[in-house]
Structure formats: C-alpha cells, structure tokens
Write a protein that binds this ligand. Structure first.
Ligand code: 4AD
Ligand code: MG
Length: 460
C-alpha cells in the first residue's frame, strides 16, 4: 500500500508540513467532541503515536469501526505543524478507510494492562506501548552485538542446534527423537541405536564446543543463536529457549576475555542509550525509576572484579540470614549474587576463580588445584548475565576432568583433538540475550522479553 511510516514523519516533521500524506496504523485512542475528533494512530514503527485531527464539518463520513481502539485504518490527509507541545506534527484527515474492524471485546484495553494479564495474550500484547519499546530495544541490541564483533574482525559462525554432547554437563538437555520408547528395546543404548541418529541426540545448551573448533581455525569468532535448557525450576530468569551470544578467542587468557566482555557490555548498553532514547524514557517512566542513570553508570564506571573466595568472606561477614548456607565450595545462589550486586557494589561485578567442582569440565584449572579460571558477570536486579572462562588447553588435565565427572569420553573426541593438534590458550563467554535485555529494559520477568516464552508447562 502506498503510505508513509509514522516514524518517518515523526523524525523529520518539517519535510512533511503542509504536504498530503497517507498513513496506516491501529487506533490507540479515539476522542470525540461535537465538531472535532482525535485519533492517536500507531503503525508500530515508533513508540510515538501520530495525532490525526478530524473536522466533522469537513469529513462527514467516518466508518463506525474507525472510532474503536484496536481497529486498523488508512488515513489520507494533510500534515501540519502541531500547536500541542507534546508533538511536532499532526494530520488533518481528509478520508478514513477502515481496514480491519476491532470489536469491543478486544482484550487489550487500557484498564487491564498489567504485565501478568498481558502474558496471557502473547499474540496481542506486542501491540502495546510496553512491548513496542521492549522489542525495539531487543532488535537494536541484537544489531549492536553483531556490530561490535564485526567491527573487530570476529567471524560470525552458526553452530548446530542438534547435538550429541552436553556442553555444560548439567543434564538439562531436551531429547531429540523420532521414535517412542518401546518394550521391545532391552536397554536405553539399544533404543538410542535404533533412533534417527543411531545415538542419543538433544537440543544444544550452548554453541561453545563448536565455537572452540572455529576459534582454533579463525582466531576470533562469535555465535548468536538459540539455545535450549530443560530448566525444571520456574523462575523469573530462566527460559527453556533463549538466545545466547558466545564469542571464543584464541590466544586470550582469562584477563583478556574479561577485558573484552567489559568493553562489549559497555558498547551494547551505550548503543541502547543512543539508539532507543524514547523507549528507555518510556520504560523508566512506567517500570524502573532511574533506568537511564543506571545504564549510563554501566557505560561510564569501572566494573568490579572480586575473587570467589573474597565474595564468600563478604557474604559470611554480612550478618544477613540467607536461605542457602554460605560455605567455600558451594555455588553462589541468587540471593548471594543479589546481595553482592544490589547491596555491596550496586554495579556489574565479575566474580572470578570459582571452585572447580561447581563449574564445567572445560574450564582451565588454576595452579592451586582447587579453583578454575572462570568468572560470572553479575548485575544488580538480574544476577548472572555472563558465564565466562579460559578453557583448559592441556590434553591430560582436560581428559581427567571429563573422567572425574563421569562423562562419556567418546562424545568428546573432536574436542580432545583440539588439544592434541596445535592447542593454544583460548577463552570465551556466553551472554544470555534475554538476561541483558531484562537489565536494559527494567523488566523483572524474562517472559516479558520473549514473544512466545517457553518454560516448564508453558508452550503456546
Ligand atoms: O553460564 P552458562 O551456562 O555458560 C555457558 O553456556 C557457556 N558455554 C558459555 C561460554 O563460555 N561460551 O550460560 C551463559 C549465559 C548465562 O550467564 C545466562 O545469561 C544465560 O546464558 N542463561 C540463560 N538465560 C535464560 N534462561 C536460561 N535457562 C539460561 N541459562 C543460561
Ligand atoms: Mg553460568
């Protein structure tokens, strides 16, 4: 249809003053008076609605449906300078065509738009201002992520979605199969052998292992794709399907990759501030007071780096009663992470050198024999957004780590070869896209950053 985006008009109003325009969109509000009517129109290209002014003496025929919230219309008219200080431009309508009527039982009405309620209507909530803002930030953020790596010569790689190995070894793999289990199979091995791949297969939890293969050929690579975890707990921070960004860098040790992660996070948060000012202002107004200042602080301030052992000390001395006990050797629970980020530092924190038992097999073992060169980046309000480590480059130590965890050695033959043929120090990290999006938009629930969220018992 021949029409102009509302964003184009809003961005350069002076180019449209006193010109004929055709705009399309959905009606966000309709205000009526004796001689005049006003439509707030939105076509999704911008958070800001366009005001359409109807002089009822000029436009005598208004289709009935075109007065209802949610209806879609095409409007022809003249763009004029607005005297309302909230907008630069408005359109005096000359004709209104109803494209799609929206009956009065349209469930997205102003009075009922809590996030909980909107979650029951994933296909319609995306038309609200809130989701207009969130998904635009998601798009800009994703593009900024690509730009960061592309500008620095990283290779973008697509790693497999179906995999035969468990990168994290956490047993959260969704099984991929074409046949049901049947009494005719005498063992699981026999069942798997009969299945599509002739072995057990699952959806990937991480592209890292294949990312390492590519990094040891191309030097600097990144992945950006969907990953899957059968998370049994229903939390506000875990999804069964989420997007992960995983750079992998050859000739980089743990401090090098921490420096890269820091620069990267600052870069993408700055991009959101620069490219989504209206969205951030909206989200600040309705969801998180101080959001903009918080994001500016991420760009401007240094991140904290604290040793796991010291973090345990701080937690022990805090005098706080935690549900999970604070002991050297235990994993940090959300409540511990939140205490460190929200109460002690109030900014992003790298916790480094975790006990090796708490972490994955591939992480480089430190000379102390107890810890690994791994770090999580924690941020206030959300907790962990990045999992990061230097990889174990020593053949024998890696083999031992796989054995110690009772993992199947034959699943990692390719991976072991990387340590056999031209092994190099290398490091990488994984950023959860939805986690950083929660942080950047002030959303408290990961379900509000994904169009159709997948979680235990949730699939629509
Ligand atoms: O810490 P994780 O498990 O690390 C890895 O997967 C490594 N292979 C990454 C690497 O070094 N290449 O996950 C990385 C990040 C987490 O910090 C978190 O942001 C996100 O992925 N994440 C999830 N996001 C949403 N829902 C879930 N269930 C998530 N699990 C992890
Ligand atoms: Mg992690």
């Amino acid at each position: 249809m021949n029409h102009v985006d509302i964003k184009a008009i809003a961005q350069k109003p002076e180019e449209y003053f006193d010109k004929k325009v055709t705009v399309c969109g959905w009606i966000k509000s309709y205000r009526d008076s004796k001689n005049m009517a006003f439509i707030a129109l939105n076509d999704g290209t911008t958070l800001n609605h366009l005001q359409v002014v109807i002089d009822k003496n000029v436009l005598t025929e208004i289709p009935e449906g075109a007065t209802r919230v949610g209806s879609s219309v095409k409007i022809e008219g003249t763009a004029v300078k607005s005297f309302n200080q909230n907008q630069a431009i408005e359109v005096n309508a000359q004709s209104i065509t109803l494209l799609g009527d929206c009956p009065l039982d349209y469930p997205i009405q102003k009075a009922k738009t809590s996030l909980d309620y909107l979650r029951t209507l994933p296909h319609l909530r995306v038309r609200t201002n809130t989701f207009n803002a969130i998904f635009r930030v998601r798009s800009k953020l994703s593009f900024a992520i690509h730009r960061y790596f592309q500008e620095r010569g990283y290779l973008y790689v697509h790693t497999p979605i179906i995999t035969g190995s468990d990168c994290e070894g956490a047993g959260k793999i969704f099984k991929v199969t074409t046949i049901g289990y049947d009494a005719k199979y005498k063992s699981e091995a026999e069942y798997n052998a009969d299945d599509f791949f002739g072995q057990s297969a699952g959806l990937t939890v991480s592209g890292q292992l294949e990312g390492e293969v590519m990094a040891l050929a191309f030097g600097k690579i990144y992945t950006f794709g969907p990953t899957f975890r059968a998370e049994n707990s229903n939390t506000t921070r875990h999804a069964a399907e989420f997007w992960q960004i995983e750079p992998e860098v050859a000739f980089a040790e743990i401090d090098d990759i921490i420096a890269i992660a820091t620069e990267f996070i600052k870069y993408i948060i700055k991009a959101v501030l620069d490219e989504c000012p209206d969205e951030i202002a909206f989200l600040e107004r309705f969801y998180e007071k101080g959001l903009r200042a918080k994001l500016h602080k991420v760009v401007d301030d240094e991140f904290v780096k604290v040793d796991y052992t010291e973090a345990i000390d701080i937690l022990k001395k805090s005098g706080k009663k935690f549900v999970y006990p604070v002991e050297w050797g235990n994993d940090l629970q959300t409540e511990h992470e939140r205490y460190l980020t929200d109460e002690v530092y109030n900014k992003p924190v790298f916790v480094v050198n975790y006990p090796k038992e708490q972490k994955s097999f591939y992480m480089k073992q430190n000379p102390d024999g107890k810890t690994v060169a791994a770090t999580d980046l924690l941020v206030p309000g959300v907790g962990e957004i990045i999992g990061c480590s230097e990889r174990e480059a020593d053949y024998n130590k890696l083999m031992q780590a796989i054995k110690d965890r009772g993992m199947k050695m034959s699943d990692y033959d390719n991976y072991m070869d990387l340590r056999k043929f031209g092994s190099v120090p290398h490091s990488g990290f994984g950023l959860g896209l939805e986690r950083i999006l929660m942080y950047a938009t002030g959303m408290g629930n990961i379900r509000d950053t994904i169009i159709f969220p997948r979680a235990k018992g949730e699939l629509r």
